[in-house]
Structures are given as structure tokens and as C-alpha cells.
Design a protein around this ligand. Structure first.
Ligand code: NAD
Length: 471
């Protein structure tokens, strides 16, 4: 679906320009906000077998230094190029500002197809890329904190952390150099599922809005919503699972090798298990399989969730999309040209910079845990439980009633790490949705993406102004 002239970074900047018209900031300041502050492109060798080498290309882009550290995932994909990494880094700045996470935006990419390498080769690539970043002071808990993205996960983050610590012995906050680590390496409960869970919270907030649903001819709530998902990786799987567990019906899932479909509903967990067992979602029991079918995005449904990569809905297929809501779980799945077509057709778009912000939100919690060197709930959980127990007993005595064992346990239970992370994530997603909905309404902005960019621009602009850069 890629075309040579397409620039993801230009698309992101076109959204900024559109949003800037709803703010009062000078053009020079908006121009500074749009630029990437630093672009790093490195090449290094990988010995694939005796006497045979490959050159690996990798990027790390810092979009905005208005806050430190900068933060953003590292992706492994053959589609990685400078334009893509710049666009993704820029989106990170706007995303962090939107959800009030105090980081500047960054992104990294290694141009490889991870399925073509052994685990040992992937480890060498990851460790070498990390050392390239260390050499240039481009990684560290106060400088730049990577995270997982497309094609990477906790395993790669553990390799990054280990390499960084080997070069920085004695640095007490060293583990905060990367997030999305496995729990055994001081990751945080809830990070793996955070982006998909945040996608669910964002969709839930949207479909609970009476006015917007009425305009779309839909009832509020998730219960009667038919959903199609593109990309069944980390974000797609957890988004689908949470949507299904909360009443929506997943009717189709698209992967790179084909699609599965069932108008009565797909069992998301069963598909996940089937993929673990067979390596593919295709031929899953109870679903119709269409091998190499790529037009699932155009099927009839209420909510379409692109959760794979950018540039999936273009001017070519936008007129054929039948979904009433498109929930951008991936970064940049709709091109700016396609968005104009969709908005004219009345499609409601929940933008990426809001919808997939759950990942960076919980990454922020992990970074806080690492630099404070204590897990959430460790100090106060038992104390709260004892207090709750005394309160429940006092109420039972005063009212001369006995609660059931289940009621008592529920009321007494103190919050541990997972409960605090999940409620923190939900709070962030709900508040951000309120902020952008208010901007959309009060400034008559028209669409949620522009409202989200207005929100972020206002916050980043204030940072620059307070730094005295634009007196
Ligand atoms: P992933 O690698 O875990 O999963 C992506 C899935 O999409 C894979 O299963 C892949 O096979 C599939 N896919 C690739 N091309 C496809 C196509 N053309 N059609 C259908 N399926 C296709 O990656 P992820 O971490 O889930 O990331 C997905 C998107 O979400 C990316 O845009 C990423 O930038 C964004 N995102 C991820 C996170 C995170 O925490 N992982 C956070 C924010 C945003």
C-alpha cells in the first residue's frame, strides 16, 4: 500500500497546521514544534555466518526536547525509513502532551524483518543498536527511554536494559533506561496489555457519548457493536480481548496472510491460542478463512480497529469503508487524504495520538517505579487493608449485620500494582477524552483528531514559552 511520494511526517505536520488555526500561537513557534530536534541514522555490521556480513540500518529520532527524557518505542520492520521514524517520533510528542505524561517525543526503528533472524542474531542486533545509542548519549533514564513497538517486545527491552547497565555500572537509576521490560527485569504489571486496554477505554468513552452515537445512527454502549480488527499482534489482540469481554462482537480479524470472519462473533482467546499453536490465525475453528484476503477493512461493521501499521486506509479504499467509527489503534493507519474523504462521509475517527496512548502512560508508571525503586502498593497495601478491615467491622457492629465472605474480601482488599496501574490508565484515558471532547465542542473544531492536536499544541507551546525560548 505504500507509494513513493507518500510522507507520513508531512501528514502529521498537516494535522498540526490544521490544529494551529484554532490556537493563537505565532507561526514561528508552531514551526519549531513541528521540527524534529535530532535525527540519528546508524549502520552497523551483522555477521550472519562465517565470512558473510549484512549491513543493518537503524534510526533514533528525538522530535521534541521541550521535556526530558524523550520517550518512544523501537520497531523492527522492513518498512522502517527516516520519514516514518520522524513521523512516529512527532506523534509521541503530541501523545505525551495529550495525556499529561512529562516526556518529549522520540522513536526508533531497525530496518529488519525479525522473522528472518535467529533469536541469537536478534539479540546481537539489539545489543549493538543499544551500544550505538549509548555512544551518542542517546539512551538513559534522564535522556531517552525506548519502549516496545511493532516487531519488538519485553525480550528486546530486557536486552536493551542489560546492555545499558553493563556500560553504566553503579548508575542507580539505570533500569529506567527502557520500559516494557519483563517483570523479572523490573517491568511493571499491566504494561504488555496497556496499549490494547487503553484502546478499549477510548472506544468505550466514545460509544458512551449519546450525541455522537445519535448522529451516527447507533445506540450508546458497546453491547450491540460489531467490530473488525486489522493486525492481531500485541495491540490488536488486547484491544479485541477487552472489547469482547465488555460486550462487543468481534466479527472479523485481518492478518498479513489473510482474514477470518464470523458474523456471530469470534472467540478472541481461541484465535490467540490457535496462533500460538499453528503460527497463524487462519483456519481457526468456527471462522470462515479467506487466505490472502485483504479487503476486510471494507466489510460492513460498526467499529473498524486498524492495529497493524500506518498507511492502511488511503484515498483508494477510503470511499469503500463502511464502518461508522474508525478507532486508530495503530499509529497513522489513515492518510491525511483518506481522512478528508472519511470525514466528509460522516465517519467518526478516534485518533491514534489519543487512542493508543495507554502504552506510554503505563511506560511512564514503569519509569517512575524504576527511578523510585519501589513497586506501586508495596508500602501502603497492607496498611490500607487493615484500615478497611477495621472500618468494615465497625459498620457490621453498628448495623448488626454480617457481610458475606465475598463482600468482606472485596471491601477489604487493598490496591496492589496491577490495580493501581489499571485505574491510573483508565483515569488518564477518561480525562484525556473529556479534554479533547470539550475542545471539539467549545472551539467548534469539527473532528476529534484536530481537537487532540489543539490540546497537545497548547501544552507544548506553554512549555516553550515558559522555557523563555519565545519571550
Ligand atoms: P506487533 O508486531 O505486536 O503486531 C502487529 C501485527 O500486525 C502482527 O501480528 C502483524 O503480523 C500484523 N500485520 C502486519 N501487517 C499487516 C497487514 N497489512 N494486515 C494485517 N495485519 C498485519 O505490533 P504492535 O506492538 O501491536 O503495534 C501495532 C501498531 O500499534 C503499530 O502501529 C505501533 O506503532 C502501534 N503502537 C504500539 C504500542 C505498543 O505498546 N506495542 C503502543 C502504541 C502504538
Amino acid at each position: 500500500m505504500s507509494s513513493n511520494s507518500y510522507s507520513f511526517f508531512n501528514d502529521v505536520n498537516s494535522y498540526v497546521d490544521k490544529a494551529a488555526k484554532f490556537t493563537k500561537h505565532p507561526p514561528g513557534l508552531i514551526e519549531q514544534i513541528k521540527q524534529c530536534n535530532c535525527v540519528l541514522h546508524v549502520s552497523f555490521p551483522l555477521r550472519v555466518k562465517k565470512g558473510k556480513f549484512e549491513v543493518i540500518e537503524a534510526y533514533r529520532v528525538h522530535h521534541s526536547h521541550h521535556k526530558a527524557p524523550v520517550k518512544g518505542g523501537i520497531r523492527y520492520s522492513m518498512m522502517v525509513n527516516e520519514d516514518e521514524v520522524k513521523a512516529l517520533a512527532a506523534l509521541m510528542s503530541y501523545k505525551c502532551a495529550l495525556v499529561n505524561v512529562p516526556f518529549g517525543g522520540a522513536k526508533g526503528g531497525v530496518k529488519i524483518d525479525p522473522s528472518k533472524y535467529t533469536v541469537e542474531q536478534l539479540e546481537r542486533i539489539t545489543r549493538r543498536f543499544t551500544s550505538e545509542l549509548i555512544k551518542r548519549n542517546s539512551i538513559g533514564p534522564a535522556v531517552d527511554v525506548p519502549a516496545p513497538d511493532y516487531g519488538t517486545g519485553p525480550r528486546e527491552m530486557a536486552w536493551i536494559a542489560d546492555t545499558y547497565m553493563a556500560f553504566n555500572a553503579g548508575q542507580i537509576n539505570a533500569l529506567g533506561c527502557v520500559t516494557g521490560k519483563p517483570l523479572s527485569q523490573h517491568g511493571i504489571r499491566g504494561r504488555t496489555e496497556a496499549t490494547g486496554r487503553g484502546v478499549y477505554f477510548g472506544i468505550r468513552e466514545t460509544v458512551d457519548g449519546y450525541e455522537d452515537m445519535q448522529k451516527l445512527g447507533l445506540y450508546p454502549g458497546l453491547e450491540d457493536k460489531r467490530v473488525i480488527i486489522q493486525g492481531f499482534g500485541n495491540v490488536g489482540y488486547y484491544a479485541a480481548l477487552n472489547l469482547q469481554q465488555n460486550g462487543a462482537t468481534i466479527i472479523g480479524i485481518a492478518e498479513y496472510d489473510g482474514v477470518i470472519f464470523n458474523p456471530d462473533g469470534i472467540d478472541v482467546q481461541a484465535v490467540h491460542q490457535h496462533r500460538i499453536d499453528t503460527g497463524s490465525i487462519l483456519q481457526c475453528e468456527g471462522c470462515k478463512t479467506i487466505k490472502n484476503g485483504h479487503d476486510l477493512l471494507e466489510y460492513e461493521c460498526d467499529i473498524l480497529v486498524p492495529a497493524a501499521l500506518e498507511n492502511q486506509i488511503t484515498r483508494t479504499n477510503a470511499p469503500k469503508i463502511k464502518a461508522k467509527i474508525i478507532a486508530e489503534a495503530a499509529n497513522g493507519p489513515i492518510t491525511a487524504e483518506a481522512e478528508n474523504i472519511l470525514l466528509k462521509r460522516g465517519v467518526f475517527i478516534i485518533p491514534d495520538l489519543y487512542l493508543n496512548a495507554g502504552g506510554v502512560t503505563v511506560s511512564y508508571f514503569e519509569w517512575l517505579k524504576n527511578i523510585s525503586r519501589v513497586s506501586f502498593g508495596k508500602i501502603n497495601k497492607r496498611y490500607n487493608e487493615l484500615n478497611n478491615e477495621m472500618m468494615v467491622s465497625a459498620i457490621e457492629d453498628a448495623s448488626d449485620t454480617n457481610l458475606t465472605y465475598k463482600q468482606r474480601t472485596q471491601l477489604i482488599k487493598g490496591a496492589g500494582e496491577i490495580e493501581l496501574v489499571d485505574s491510573g490508565l483508565e483515569g488518564v484515558m477518561v480525562n484525556a477524552f473529556r479534554e479533547i471532547s470539550e475542545i471539539k465542542k467549545e472551539r467548534n473544531v469539527g473532528d476529534l483528531r484536530t481537537a487532540a492536536f489543539v490540546n497537545s499544541l497548547e501544552k507544548i507551546a506553554v512549555s516553550y514559552l515558559e522555557l523563555g525560548v519565545f519571550p
